[in-house]
Write a new protein. Sequence first.
Length: 129
Amino acid sequence: MKIISPRPSHPGIYLAVFLAILLTGCKSAPPPTAEVAVTKATVSDAATAGAAEYAPEEMKSAREKLDRANQAMAAKDYKLAKQLSIEAQADAELARSKANSAKAQQAADALQDDIRVMREELDRNNRNK
C-alpha cells in the first residue's frame, strides 16, 4: 500500500506558489491623478496670492516639483509622482503663507503709519487751541 503525502513532492512548487502570491500582492500603485490635480490648484492659488513676489524660492521649488511630478506620471513612476506632488503642495502652501504674512505685515505697518499721522494731527490741533 502506497501512502500519499499531503505535501507536494517538489519543493519548487512552494517557491512557485510563494512567487505567485508575492507578484499578485505587488501591483504598482495607482496613478496619483487627484493628488497631482490638487497640487496644481494649490500652486496656482499660491501664485494668485502673490507668492512669486513674497516667497520666490518656495514658489520656484513648488513649480519644479510639480513639473517633475508630471514627468514621473508620464513615465508611470506613480510612487515618485505622488511623493513629488506632496512636496510641491507643501512648498506651495508655505509660499502662500509667507505671502499672506508679508501682506498682513504691510497692512499693519500702513495702519501704524496712519495712526502716527492722526496722533500728530491731534497734537497739532490741541496745541493751537
